[in-house]
Design a protein around this ligand. Structure first.
Ligand SMILES: O=C(O)CCC(=O)C(=O)O
Ligand SMILES: [Fe+2]
Length: 289
């Protein structure tokens, strides 16, 4: 039996406060044996973005090994609208896998950040610390193992296609010598457990940029997307400043609703490899000098 995301009303939010000394064990329990996500509240944001970066870094270090967000070795990434158009700009449509999805206010469809194997890394956990938020931009979370179960029950041919490799373009995140396209199954069972690599839009964009026609795969992605969009499978979380969403990226895919292009919305993102080895617990509240 695998635990699943709560989908019943009320859509309960997991709240862990920094004055709870057992927060780290509880977060890990929620990620691995619970719903696959947690919201850590009351994260000190300090006086400016640099302080907030140190806070999210402290949380990330306590939970796992920080991974690189780019080829310069950045570990805390600023997610904000830099005016990039993912799927609506004609020029970007020619080469949509060259746009970073963290730089737009457009809706982000369900995806796992680790799907693409950025820089060749295995991302297990995603942290999103809300620094500034606005009315829109809520996140949705879905348990990918349940999605796979539904696919297998309802469309075994689509499920079978998605346990075989599909192409993911990663031109915006590769190191010298790495291939611009990586081939990975959408659903797999690795030695240390289930892993989902959901990102249909990117796979479709990659097929287009490779001028590759794969009718069977495109049909399977359509079926996958229709299952992902089922309301009863997902939970919706709107983050407030100081709340940090922690996601087990192997098992839970996330989406983001659009927000006003003139609104200021800033999240700090980290990617972690887990589990940490003999990682010391950090003290709370995070020291800010
Ligand atoms: O903006 C958000 O809430 C999430 C962004 C995201 O999913 C990403 O940058 O990968
Ligand atoms: Fe993401």
């Amino acid at each position: 039996m695998h635990p699943t995301l709560r989908s019943a009303e009320p859509r309960e939010r997991v709240e862990i406060s920094h004055d709870d000394p057992g927060w780290r064990a509880r977060v890990v329990g929620l990620l691995d044996a619970g719903p696959g996500y947690a919201v850590v509240r009351d994260v000190p944001l300090g006086v400016d973005l640099d302080h907030a970066k140190r806070s999210v870094f402290a949380i990330g270090r306590a939970l796992g090994s920080p991974m690189w967000q780019d080829d310069m070795g950045t570990v805390v990434w600023i997610v904000h609208n830099a005016g990039r158009r993912l799927y609506s700009d004609a020029r970007e449509m020619m080469n949509p896998d060259s746009v970073k999805s963290s730089t737009t206010n457009e809706p982000l469809p369900f995806h796992c950040d680790g799907a693409v194997r950025w820089l060749g890394q295995q991302i297990d956990t995603v942290l999103l610390l809300a620094y500034k938020t606005t009315v829109g931009g809520a996140n949705r979370l879905v348990d990918a193992e349940r999605v796979y179960g539904a696919l297998q029950a309802e469309d075994p041919a689509a499920a079978l296609r998605l346990v075989q490799p599909v192409p993911f373009g990663r031109k915006t995140g590769m190191l010298p010598g790495q291939a611009p396209v990586t081939y990975q199954p959408v659903f797999s069972w690795e030695p240390n457990g289930f892993r989902a690599r959901i990102n249909s839009q990117r796979v479709r964009a990659t097929l287009r940029s490779l001028a590759c026609v794969d009718v069977e795969l495109e049909r399977a992605l359509d079926v996958l997307d229709s299952v992902l969009e089922r309301d009863e499978l997902s939970v919706r979380v709107h983050l407030d400043p100081g709340e940090c969403l922690v996601i087990n990226d192997r098992r839970v895919a996330h989406a983001r609703e659009p927000f006003d292009q003139d609104a200021e919305r800033v999240l700090l993102r980290m990617w972690l490899h887990r589990p940490p080895v003999n990682r010391q617990d950090v003290s709370w509240p995070v020291e800010l000098d």
